[in-house]
Write a protein that binds this ligand. Structure first.
Ligand code: AMP
Length: 574
């Protein structure tokens, strides 16, 4: 496989590559490897053949089994007319087969596009057209007791393929009945192919790929009305995972629990790739604590990542059993209270924090640091080559230590540009996503705290206009533009309202043409526009006019304060 810097691919016209000198630096420093993601799994399988690679409610696979199974499916995929480089929209939940499908697609040279199972026509239509998706991988029906919001994703995929310029194939996971034309049962592919033959076919495909080419597309939480696509390349993406595993000191003896959506960036990096960089085992569960915690406990999970929706896990009756094997608990997504920190510590685990994003940068509290650093900050970058600066919002002026500024990052796994988003990518452009020197503006507010000899980062809020609903990001502008398509809505503002379980939920402030409007009306409107349910406002406040700042901008801070006060008065925030 070539690491020739002059290598060019179908994505280059619309993506921003790392500058050639940095490619050399990162490779010479041993950060980036020369393998593709698919071949990284194969290399791990050669080293750790008999160890568990993944365990879930549906079953378990050793590295050798996962490798062989994904080789054959990949070889089978190659026979379906899909070609290396073809993008595949992925909508699947946390189950064993999703991990199989992930590596099988990568081995076939396909490029997974990590959409959510919860996405609907509004999102999938736009994303699949932007990347020119050739296939749509969906999880079948509501089998296995999983709720996909009451939708039949296979029927959804058939509908999406209609009038679509490129979408031609539907790949199905967990098929339990006859499939429509053009749909294939992914797990049945390649079963007739001899394993050695399958390996040879995968090697032939992989030898044509470049480790710095796009391997995966992730979705951005977004700062503007249209969801942005983040191209992740083989070598940098694997390195992101390797650096995370290294920071937490994982070895092949670790068993890593993962409950949050696996096709998210955090799922792919922390749940799937990171354990596999060191020969550890992924213990994959759904998000429901009643089923997740017993499985994690039975599998003697040693390390787990809890998102904000799982911050109550340590109070669950099944937790003490899990705590017997847990060495490391990583918390991510919201501030960590003293109580939570003390409870998890009291059960005997090391507690730390992760701050990460699909665009790249990961901050993690290092091993060996004080409880104060680990409770009050999200730690430090996971790579020696990460560069982090805090800038006065909207400027390139650094903020002095102790001050609050916009967290900006550059480094060996942080993007240099969104895909097909020329305007956002112009370095130093006003309102753009990058500084003139290529630092990515995260839209998060942070401060540096000098603790234990580290420049640790604490998160102090955000500038970007989004709602973090239990880890799912809702882009306010995107929803506002959709609300304005309602004939009776004249003005709309989506603001975050606090929620004890999810952290935040969306509340729409609207001005109408004088006719009343209800939450049900708004929801029916968004349903008709095929917008993912998690983005729907969960409360509507009809106002005579919007609150504005002195310079006439919408005053969302005032609206958020207003709705918080209302909720408090209603007793919803106790
Ligand atoms: P995503 O790309 O979906 O993983 O979202 C990344 C964004 O989630 C960040 O830019 C932050 O706004 C937020 N986020 C991630 N980790 C944390 C954390 N530990 N605390 C607070 N916010 C976080």
């Amino acid at each position: 496989m070539s690491t020739d810097q002059a290598h060019r691919s179908r994505w280059d016209a619309l993506r921003v590559r790392y500058p050639d000198d940095l490619v050399t630096t990162f490779r010479d420093a041993g950060l980036w490897g020369t393998r593709t993601l698919g071949e990284e799994l194969h290399a791990a399988a050669l080293r750790f053949a008999d160890r568990d690679a993944v365990v879930a409610a549906e079953g378990r696979l050793t590295y050798a089994e996962l490798d062989a199974r994904t080789d054959r499916i990949a070889a089978g995929l190659a026979g379906t007319g899909l070609e290396p480089g073809d993008p595949v929209i992925v909508q699947a939940t946390n189950r064993l087969e999703t991990v199989i499908a992930w590596y099988a697609m990568l081995k076939a040279g396909l490029v997974p596009v990590a959409t959510l199972a919860a996405h609907r026509g509004h999102e999938v239509g736009q994303i699949s057209r932007t990347v020119g998706a050739r296939a749509h991988l969906v999880e079948a029906g509501l089998s296995h007791g999983r709720s996909l919001g009451g939708i039949d994703l296979v029927a959804f995929a058939v509908e999406q393929a209609r009038d679509h310029p490129t979408l031609g194939r539907i790949l199905v996971l967990g098929a339990d009945g006859p499939l429509p034309d053009d749909a294939v049962d992914l797990l049945e592919l390649g079963t007739e192919i001899d394993p050695a033959d399958a390996r040879a076919r995968v090697e032939a495909i992989q030898s044509g790929l470049n480790p710095d080419d796009v391997a995966v597309f992730q979705l951005s939480g977004g700062t503007t009305g249209v969801p942005k696509l983040i191209p992740r390349a083989h070598a940098e993406y694997w390195y992101n995972a390797r650096a995370y595993a290294g920071t937490l000191g994982w070895t092949e003896h670790d068993r890593v629990g993962h409950l949050i959506p696996v096709i998210h960036n955090a799922g792919v990096v922390c749940g799937v790739h990171a354990p596999h960089t060191v020969g550890a085992c992924l213990v994959l569960t759904g998000h429901d604590l009643d089923t997740a915690l017993p499985l994690l406990a039975a599998e003697r999970t040693t390390s787990v990542l809890f998102g904000h929706v799982h911050y109550r896990a340590p109070d669950h009756p099944a937790y003490p059993e899990l705590a017997r094997s847990l060495r490391i608990v990583v918390l991510s997504g919201a501030k960590v209270s003293e109580d939570l920190f003390a409870t998890v510590t009291g059960h005997g685990a090391w507690v730390g924090q992760l701050f990460g994003m699909a665009e790249g940068l990961f901050l993690v509290t290092p091993l060996g640091t004080s409880p104060e650093l680990r409770r009050t900050t999200v730690g430090v970058p996971i790579s020696t080559h990460d560069e982090v600066v805090l800038l006065e919002p909207g400027t390139e002026e650094p903020v002095p230590d102790g001050g609050v500024g916009e967290l900006c990052a550059r480094g060996p796994y942080t993007l240099r540009g969104y895909y097909a988003a020329e305007e956002r990518n112009v370095p130093g452009a006003e309102g753009g996503a990058f500084t003139s020197t290529g630092f990515y503006r995260t839209g998060d507010l942070a401060a540096v705290r000098l603790l234990d000899g580290y420049r640790a980062i604490s998160i102090e809020g955000r500038i970007k206009d989004l709602i973090n609903r239990g880890g799912e990001k809702i882009n306010a502008e995107e929803v506002e533009l959709l609300l304005l398509r309602h004939p009776r809505i004249v003005e709309a503002a989506l603001v975050a309202m606090p929620d004890p379980r999810l952290g935040e939920r969306g509340c729409a402030f609207v001005v109408t043409d004088g006719t009343p409007i209800t939450l049900d009306d708004v929801r029916a409107h968004l349903r008709a526009l095929e917008v993912a349910t998690f983005k729907w406002p969960e409360r509507v406040e009809v106002v005579a006019e919007m609150v504005r700042t002195r310079i006439g901008k919408l005053d969302k801070k005032a609206m958020a304060a207003d709705i918080t006060e209302t909720l408090r008065a209603e007793g919803a925030l106790t």
